[in-house]
Design a protein around this ligand. Structure first.
Ligand code: CMC
Length: 430
């Protein structure tokens, strides 16, 4: 759809630029010809006003607190759907019929094992290696094992790579965890659903029977749905940028995992739990809120704030409910961390600083408490985020490859370094 052109005045010249309209959300001014017409670039560090692509996958209205996957509200998917159905939706654009779902679940399940030689990779890591470091390496290494699905120009290979990635992430994540605690790897069991299978690979041992608690499995499945995609965030943009050069999908997802690791992004769930532990008691919350507001203190409330959500993160609301369900199921009545979190949320939501800057709890604020209660160590939190986000990354990557207007991503810059100068021999440098 097109709207009337926008006119910009550049160097006293009026130039018209086409405006494109999406189905919902802000329209965009197409400034791709700006440099050719004016010799100037735009400047937008952090891409706060720049749309880098066109996409049909996920929509966020940050002011209203809306998140849609392929048009469906996150609340409805989390309430009624399951994670593999969400994967199908993100990948193919529509909810599956019963037959399509059965076929998809079967195909994902049949790809859960990893090449046996991958087991040896793990021996090379220190036992105390961060599992995200292991994930970056092992997911990148998948391209060394699955040569038959690295040709990005072959639609069939792209689909096989997508299925492999969704299927193998839980296996690799569980292996990274098992390695860190010195327990043997547990192979996937294909008659289990996706999330129960993952819980079993993490928490079963060969000498005992294991059955996943269905309430916890459902809660974790919902957490995976909440994390499945989030349009053009830092890690997804990383995957798109890496993929724009024609790199294979395994390498692109490894790049996305590396970006997700940072505490301003996926690493915030680990950082948020550490912060709650550091605060320790509800009485100390005021002290930390004051630190967060202090301009001279770099401390920030982890799990608070979002680039896009300026009302409430809809995922945080569902996450908070899930936290209470999980704690009730496990019979945890008094969790000191939950007390600290609730006190912090109450105080911050009433504080002028947080109200004025529109800082609300985000998804990471409550996810750590839930995952800890389920038995996951903090170092695994971001790995679980990566596991769930893999489908979003791969859907966005595939959309980019199939977009005829796609070209290599190549931002420009405002150069502020030294102008051209002459080389001086070392003997003559003062
Ligand atoms: N605690 C205290 N002050 C904050 C916080 C916070 N958590 N977040 C932002 N601010 C302040 C910030 O100091 C700035 O103040 P001023 O305008 O006076 O300089 C103002 O709010 C705007 O912050 P910003 O850094 O310019 O905003 P941004 O959109 O670039 O950053 C963010 C968004 C998520 C990186 C940031 O809010 C943050 O660092 N939050 C803590 C980390 C976190 O929870 N990240 C998870 C995000 S959700 C999951 C995901 O997407 O991975």
């Amino acid at each position: 759809m097109s709207l009337p052109n926008s006119t910009l005045t550049v160097n006293d010249r009026q130039i018209e630029f086409p405006v494109k309209e999406g189905t919902i959300g802000p329209s965009v001014v197409d400034i791709s010809k700006l440099y050719a017409q004016t010799g100037q670039f735009t400047y937008d560090p952090g891409f706060t006003s720049t749309a880098a692509c066109e996409s049909k996958i996920t929509y966020i209205d940050g002011d209203k607190g809306v998140l849609l996957y392929r048009g469906y509200p996150i609340e409805q998917l989390a309430e009624h759907g399951d994670f593999l159905e969400t994967c199908y939706l993100l990948l193919f654009g529509e909810l599956p019929t019963a037959a399509q779902k059965a076929d998809f679940d079967y195909r994902v399940t049949r790809h859960t094992m990893v090449h046996d030689q991958m087991n040896r990779f793990f021996q090379g890591f220190r036992r105390d290696a961060h599992p995200m470091a292991i994930m970056v390496a092992c997911v990148g290494a998948l391209s060394a094992f699955y040569h038959d699905s690295t040709d990005i120009n072959d639609e069939k290979q792209r689909m096989i790579a997508s299925m492999r990635m969704i299927a193998k992430m839980p296996t690799l994540a569980a292996m990274a965890y098992k390695y860190s605690i010195g327990q043997p790897f547990v192979y996937p069991k294909n008659d289990l659903d996706y999330t129960s299978n993952f819980l079993r690979m993490c928490f079963a041992v060969p000498c005992e029977e294991y059955e996943a608690n269905p309430v916890l499995a459902r809660a974790l499945d919902r957490i995976f749905i909440l994390h499945a995609d989030h349009e053009q965030n830092a890690s997804t943009s990383t995957v798109r940028l890496a993929g724009s050069s024609g790199a294979n999908p395994f390498a692109c997802i490894a790049a996305g995992i590396a970006c997700l690791w940072g505490p301003a992004h996926g690493g915030a769930n680990e950082a948020a739990l550490k912060m709650l532990e550091e605060i320790g008691r509800p009485e100390r919350v005021g002290e930390y809120v004051a630190k967060a507001k202090d301009k001279n203190d770099p401390f920030r409330l982890m799990g608070f704030g979002h680039r896009v959500y300026k009302n409430y993160d809809p995922r945080a609301r569902i996450m908070q409910k899930t936290t209470h369900e999980v704690l009730a199921e496990l019979g945890i009545k008094d969790d000191p961390l939950l007390d600290v979190a609730m006190e912090l949320e109450q105080i911050a939501l009433k504080d002028e600083y947080f109200i004025e800057k529109k800082l609300y709890p985000n998804i990471d604020f409550y996810s750590g408490i839930t995952l800890k209660a389920m038995g996951f160590p903090t170092s695994m939190f971001t790995v679980l985020f990566a596991l769930a986000r893999t489908v979003g990354w791969i859907s966005q990557w595939a959309e980019m490859i199939e977009d005829p207007s796609q070209k290599i991503g190549r931002p420009r810059q405002l150069y502020t370094g030294a102008p051209q100068r002459e080389y001086v021999a070392v003997s003559q440098r003062g």
